[in-house]
Ligand binder design. Structure first.
Ligand SMILES: [Zn+2]
Length: 250
């Protein structure tokens, strides 16, 4: 009965073929990353998100930058947004959601995005979830950068920017001081602090962030995509921790 002896071999060949086919298939589809950064003002979201964007080759979408771009257009929407910003008020969820959805329809986001600055509220998180769901996608990871309040205050209250609008160079009184105190190295104009960055305003911003973020963190924890990262160390070390958490090899 030679046919009987071949049966186990036959099964083995089938298993091997399935394995190879599956391997080829998964290699073809690039891994998609829909990543959200959460962190208080000064937590280093922008810095880390920019780095991660380069490593993964997917765009970094900062809500702050998006708003600034829209404001420059001079459209009726731009005028409305500018008035919110000038009054120091937050852009309403619904308005922000519409802008995000419009932006995320761009082809550059087809393999993923790193969101920085949104979602900021539970309502926004729910909106983004249902928006991505409509495209058969989902948030794959949420990086929560945890930084001590003292360090946040030090990082932000030390920020200075060149008051010359054509220069705008950024400095930090402790981490990146100008050669001459209060004077821009590049153009010699005076350096100024953003009103938002003064200590009293900042404490309020951090408090507001903490309150809003709690339900957001719970929302993502429930979906098992939340990674809490200690953001008190140096930029390199924090970035390595993020890569480890996301199991990304460089
Ligand atoms: Zn300057």
């Amino acid at each position: 009965m030679p046919n009987m002896d071949l049966a186990p071999l036959f099964v083995l060949v089938i298993v091997a073929l399935v394995f190879v086919a599956e391997h080829l298939f998964t290699r073809k589809a690039p891994k998609q990353h829909y990543i959200v950064f959460i962190g208080a003002p000064g937590a280093g979201k922008g810095t880390q998100a920019t780095r991660l964007s380069k490593v993964l080759g997917i765009p970094h979408l900062s809500t702050g930058n998006l708003l600034r771009q829209i404001v420059k257009t001079g459209t009726p929407l731009a005028v409305t947004i500018r008035s919110y910003i000038e009054k120091g008020q937050l852009i309403p969820d619904e308005m922000l959601n519409t802008m995000l959805a419009e932006e995320l329809q761009g082809l550059e986001y087809v393999n993923g995005v790193i969101l920085d600055g949104s979602p900021r509220t539970l309502e926004q998180a729910e909106f983004i979830e249902s928006f991505l769901d409509g495209q058969g996608k989902e948030i794959t990871a949420v990086i929560n950068l945890e930084v001590n309040e003292d360090l946040l205050l030090e990082r932000i209250t030390g920020r200075r920017n060149c008051s010359n609008g054509n220069c705008g160079a950024g400095y930090h009184t402790k981490y990146m001081p100008s050669k001459k105190e209060g004077i821009c190295d590049l153009c010699g104009s005076t350096l100024a602090q953003r009103v938002d960055d003064s200590e009293s305003v900042l404490e309020e911003r951090i408090e507001r962030h903490n309150q809003r973020t709690q339900p957001l963190l719970a929302f993502y924890d429930e979906r098992s995509v939340l990674y809490n990262i200690n953001g008190n160390g140096n930029i390199e070390g924090i970035f390595d921790d993020i890569l480890d958490a996301l199991r990304i090899e460089t």
